[in-house]
Ligand binder design. Structure first.
Ligand SMILES: [Zn+2]
Ligand SMILES: [Zn+2]
Length: 334
């Protein structure tokens, strides 16, 4: 190749001039305007339309980012395994999912299946808030609405709108603060009148964040004292893995326990008794029994149905903390 064959270098100005001339080239413009008219019409894609219908105010971004972090942490946890981390995860799973969400949010605060001193209500609320499933007032209001409108229009999480909607998509839409406050005032006025619960409602994200920081510091301290663990191990197992397990055990009640399993009672909804969901959720999976007798503290209505949460309530009754326990089983259905 001779030096004459080498193309002349194109300066930035020359590039711009070439581009500019093409923009103003009449044939180019004509060509662009010959786009078939059918492509110029805005065609509403069914997915886009469904998205707009489900999420009129867009996506709940704080929730979306939180879930992304927790899921990433749960995967990373397998590179930071330690036995103290695993034991912490199992213990905190029981504290948050059984004592907090199931016993506290659900049976005590939502349905009043027993009464307890105010300090115990707040203690259960604290246990549940570190499960990061929403504030006590939000959870109670949403669940009462579910019972009133079960599998009908207005049910916050019915599998009639699809499995994934009922399992975990239903809380992905952004909800305006005034709408959420109105929903709570309508469905949980007792919680809304309680000044402590109103404070909890405003600051509840602080509690899991503080616990995560505490677990990290505890793990680092244990590491310095010679324990076979680290701050990251305690944080990832005690928070991320534990919370993912807790989330799905709660969500399965809204999805799977309204789809699969057997029905002991003919209720006006799709609720089912699902043994494996009951095992994962400390007894909540006997969901058809619960929909039929919502105030009852016992969810196991046959001798082989296991309800761990009721066993805890039974102990609380024996030590005098739980009173007025609704534990008289109905006559066996035929
Ligand atoms: Zn239900
Ligand atoms: Zn319920």
């Amino acid at each position: 190749m001779s030096p004459l064959d080498v193309a002349e270098p194109v300066t930035e100005i020359q590039r711009y001039e070439a581009l500019d001339s093409s923009i103003h080239d009449e044939s180019f413009v004509t060509q662009r305007t010959k786009v078939p008219s059918r492509l110029l019409k805005v065609i509403p894609h069914p997915v886009a339309k469904a998205f707009r219908d489900c999420m009129p105010h867009g996506v709940n971004m704080p929730n979306f980012v939180w879930m992304a972090i927790i899921n990433t942490g749960a995967v990373a946890a397998f590179w930071h395994f330690s036995w103290p981390g695993l034991v912490t995860a199992i213990f905190l799973h029981w504290v948050t999912a059984c004592l907090g969400v199931t016993l506290g949010y659900h049976r005590l605060l939502t349905h009043g299946s027993f009464t307890a001193p105010k300090w115990f209500e707040y203690f259960c609320s604290l246990c549940a808030m570190i499960a990061a499933e929403g504030s006590p007032a939000f959870w109670v209001a949403t669940h009462r609405k579910h019972h009133v409108l079960s599998d009908q229009p207005g049910d916050p999480h019915s599998p009639n709108d699809g499995f994934w909607w009922s399992h975990m998509l239903w809380f992905k839409p952004k909800v305006l603060r005034e709408d959420e406050d109105a929903m709570i005032a309508r469905w949980a006025p007792d919680m809304w009148k309680d000044p402590v619960q109103r404070v909890f409602h405003r600051i509840f994200p602080l509690f899991p964040i503080l616990l995560g920081a505490g677990l990290f510091l505890l793990g680092e301290w244990m590491h310095l004292r010679g324990w076979a663990t680290t701050g990251w191990s305690m944080l990832l197992w005690g928070m991320c893995v534990r919370m993912i397990a807790c989330y799905h055990s709660t969500w399965l009640i809204n999805s799977a326990s309204h789809i699969w399993g057997y029905r002991t009672y003919e209720t006006n909804d799709r609720s089912r008794n699902l043994w494996w969901a009951a095992l994962l959720s400390y007894g909540e999976g006997w969901h058809n029994n619960h929909h039929a007798h919502q105030k009852l503290a016992i969810y196991a209505h046959r001798w082989w149905e296991l309800d761990i949460t009721y066993m805890v309530i039974w102990v609380l009754k024996k030590v005098g903390i739980a009173k007025n326990v609704c534990d008289q089983l109905p006559a066996r259905p035929h």
